[in-house]
Design a binder for this molecule. Sequence first.
Ligand code: HEM
Ligand code: HEM
Length: 471
Amino acid sequence: MQQARYDTDIVRGFVNWSIVWGLVAVLVGVIVSFQMVNPSLNFPPYFTFGRLRPIHTNAGIYGWGVGVIFATFLYMVQRLCRTRLWSPKLARFQLWFFNATIIASAVTLLLGYTTSKEYHEMEWPIDIMVVILWVTFGVNVIMTIIKRREERMYISLWYMLASIIGVAILYVVNGAEVPVSLFKSYSAYAGTNDANVEWWFGHNAVAMALTAPPLAMFYYFLPKSTRVPIYSHRLSIISFWSLIFMYLWTGAHHLLWTPVPDWIQTLAMAFSLMLIAPSWGSVFNGYLSMNGQWHQMRDNYLVKFLIVGITFYGLQTLQGPMQAIRTFSAFIHYTDWVPAHIHMGTMGWVSMIAFASIYYLVPRVYGRELYSIPLANLQFWLILVGQLMWSISLWIAGVLQAGMWTAMNPDGSLTYTFMETMVEMYPYWWIRAAGGLVYLAGVIVFIYNLVMTVRKGEDVAVATVAAEGRA
Ligand code: HEM
Ligand code: HEM
């Protein structure tokens, strides 16, 4: 029995808490969407767009995204290494400390303490908590890999290691700061250097938190769900090393047309374009693994989430490099196009893979059959439609905004005032808010299905959960 051999309790804990923080992220996302169309929904000083937005982004990336990383990595590492966790006690401490860190972040952000560095807003005492948390996690996973009983390192383990080491380096380097009081610090870097380090961190956080981990999950849960091995292990390894090498140079594509030296911008642009190859290496590997299995898109809900998820990854990694081209950036930078890009990645790619992974895990760690496959299919459509409403409306808004900002009269003056461009955005922001509600409905269906699985699902021996995702 798998239950006897592996530590599953801790996986349950992380699954449960990542879902709680995921719900918070989406709820706050919906609230800030409505605040943008109806400013009277701002309640100063705490419940304003400015305070809630970083709570949304941090709950999304660190509560939901990292929570799922903890749950899935601690599950996968045991199976891929055919051994129990190096230290189950350390993992229990990690769960407790994870929640303490997320709560401390939310409270301080709500009170207005912020470094003002995007995705690294938390002040220095919380930075220290994050470092303790990550080291606890990293040491446990790495020691489990070292004492493994399976000689071969499957591709997911490489992505997991990259994520663990990568996040550690990025967070510590970008977090270098000089504290002046308990909740105030100044960055150790100044001017353009500060911006450069911040976006080296920012885009590599996308690489190490929002790309490598979902790829580790994809490479593990796709073959598990289809019961067919991945198309090519060699292709996965080549894509892995080239992805890791190329991502490190791309951060300055967030700083095109700024005082950052021109050669750094050009380097970032070139490496961003090259990134298409390793990204699509994984997309092709996924698609080719489906050879002869495409019927599973119809009758296996797990496969549906995973393949649509990797498709969004493919689209995201085509769109991203285009945005990194100077002329394209000149048009879309600062517009609503960019949040649309982000949410195709977070709501589409990252969350689709996370939902599939959790659907796979829950029956195994609770020993129950999934309560309802039709509900899982309903959730799939709700989150797909919600996300498309979000992204498509804001892509259109972004192009319109860019067009209006750059429109000129024959005498060289601007055709539109800034207020006029804002007013044009309202219909699209309404569609975004409505899309958010549809997505939220999907998340509620997901949670209901899982709660019912744990409460009422039929008991099943964990080792023999045979139904996989089949309808
Ligand atoms: C080949 C891969 C990718 C490239 C080259 C790329 C490129 C870019 C560029 C150029 C921007 C800046 C847009 C602007 O402000 O003008 C951007 C923003 C962003 N991208 Fe991507 N992208 C890629 C993949 C992804 C993926 C997979 C995600 C996952 C969710 C993602 C999430 C983000 C986020 C969060 C931002 C916003 C940062 C901010 O707050 O300004 N990207 N991307
Ligand atoms: C129903 C679901 C969601 C809704 C309604 C929503 C809504 C929003 C809104 C209104 C913003 C502010 C955009 C702006 O400043 O113009 C935002 C930003 C952001 N959200 Fe979400 N969001 C959702 C899901 C998520 C999830 C699941 C994640 C992460 C896993 C996420 C990550 C982010 C990030 C990184 C930004 C910063 C964007 C930027 O800098 O341009 N969101 N979201």
